[in-house]
Design a protein around this ligand. Structure first.
Ligand SMILES: C[S@@+](CC[C@H](N)C(=O)[O-])C[C@H]1O[C@@H](n2cnc3c(N)ncnc32)[C@H](O)[C@@H]1O
Length: 239
């Protein structure tokens, strides 16, 4: 069974290996509309089956769902190759982990291979135009329901459902915050530092927080000075 990371949403950000295995799979399982539609850019949607993982804290319901999903995957795996797709990377804050652990415990005959995907944990940087410079510290955290965990100078916060509350607390803790909603997801992307633009609690929202007044010194800084000197010389020559 292949656990395939689909990347953050744009079909073009699936790895070549992920695409090869997805196209070769006899059965494809997806656990949400988003992953279904990204996978559907590569294989016919009619061939993608749904795995359901309820959004609940009820342990019994969750365990029942994981058991059922694992049984279906194990049965399909007897008849051919199975791909289970997840957005981003299967091993980063993903429901795939529950399925993998359930399979390992209850169906140890199923061989599992994970194909990494481009995680929102790194994709946010390109989308928001952020550079995590060599030598910097950065942490991944979850920030559900207005939580605002703090830590090193830079944080990537997943599952930001109350952007305003998270922003307020981070501001008090000395961080500047930027939000990315539905990054790499067609026309729906929002990038903003104004939490009031994100009042609907959209699930695919993350935040990047950076300590204010970070002491940054780049070796390349000298080029800027050189460039401005050259500019000055040129302007003087023109006079
Ligand atoms: C259950 S986690 C899955 C993470 C995924 N496995 C990964 O590696 O990116 C879901 C959270 O990831 C973040 N996320 C994933 N894809 C995103 C995207 N395209 N744009 C913004 N946030 C995203 C959101 O914070 C969302 O609540």
């Amino acid at each position: 069974m292949y656990g395939i990371g689909l990347g953050p949403g744009d079909a073009g950000l699936l790895t070549l290996e992920g695409k090869r295995l997805l196209e070769a799979a006899d059965t494809v399982y997806a656990s949400g509309d988003r992953s279904r539609s990204v996978a559907g850019e590569h294989v016919p949607e009619s061939t993608i089956e749904a795995l359901s993982f309820p959004m609940t804290d009820d342990d019994d319901r969750l365990r029942r769902a994981w058991r059922t999903a694992a049984r279906r995957v194990a049965e399909a795996n007897r008849d051919g190759d199975v791909a289970v797709v997840t957005l981003g990377d299967p091993n980063v804050y993903s429901t795939f982990g529950h399925l993998r652990r359930t399979l390992e415990a209850l169906h140890p005959d199923v061989e599992i291979e994970v194909i990494p995907g481009v995680s929102a944990a790194t994709a946010f940087a390109s989308a928001l135009g952020v550079e995590i410079e060599a030598g910097s510290g950065i942490a991944l955290r979850e920030a559900i329901d207005g939580a605002a965990p703090v830590g090193p100078d830079r944080l990537v916060l997943f599952k930001v459902t109350d952007a305003a509350a998270t922003a307020e607390k981070l501001d008090e803790a000395g961080y500047d915050v930027r939000f990315g909603r539905q990054l790499f997801m067609e026309d729906e992307t929002v990038m903003t530092d104004d939490p009031d633009e994100l009042t609907d609690g959209e699930y695919f929202t993350l935040a990047y927080a950076e300590k204010r007044d970070l002491d940054r010194e780049f070796r390349t800084e000298v080029f800027r000075t050189e460039e401005s000197r050259t500019e000055e010389t040129r302007t003087e020559g023109d006079r």
